[in-house]
Design a protein around this ligand. Sequence first.
Ligand code: COA
Length: 187
Amino acid sequence: MYPFPELLTPRTRIGLATLEEAQMLQRYRVDNRTHLAPWEPERTPGYYTLEACEHSIADSRDAALTDRAYPLLVFDPSRSRVLASFTFSNVMRGVFQAAHLGYGIDHAHENQGLMFEALEAGMGFAFGSLELHRVMANYMPHNRRSERLLGRLGFEREGYARSYLRIAGVWRDHVLTARLHPDHAAA
Ligand SMILES: CC(C)(COP(=O)(O)OP(=O)(O)OC[C@H]1O[C@@H](n2cnc3c(N)ncnc32)[C@H](O)[C@@H]1OP(=O)(O)O)[C@@H](O)C(=O)NCCC(=O)NCCS
């Protein structure tokens, strides 16, 4: 049923969405519009339509098939509701073998350790099946929840980039962090 391997955790199922799941994605976007807006790029009103969700899912599947990005949804165990999402984007191969990680969780499921649980499985997938060497995640200095989450996941601070990403319409500084594949020792 799902051509992409599902990742299972005690409280979630994680996978690439199918077109039939567009309505679930729409519900997640609409329900979390206010919650996620301060941490994401500016969205047009069209972003919250069913059509935009269908396009996103089609793009996600194409991106994964072509090894460009892995936009994954975190579902409840019955795969009937979207709890969170995360993406390994900008996959770079060759001598880099790296990607960026972005994530967010439904406001009603924040502060339950669920994002950590899903991302632990996601990192296993990144360093396992995807054979990545480095995963990079960046956050705005005042995003304390993100700072704590990345710390728990074993990400280490690598730097500070001024005016790094345009979030909610404003170029914002970011703290740069990364986690390396545990078996790849530095030379
Ligand atoms: C950043 C974000 C994903 C963090 O979500 P989160 O729910 O805090 O993350 P976790 O899954 O790690 O949950 C950890 C919290 O759950 C608490 N918790 C409650 N029950 C728990 C359990 N059974 N197991 C583990 N932790 C539990 C922990 O104490 C912890 O709280 P603390 O950080 O205050 O100590 C979320 O705040 C979010 O979606 N923010 C908006 C989008 C965003 O910022 N995206 C990232 C941009 S860089």
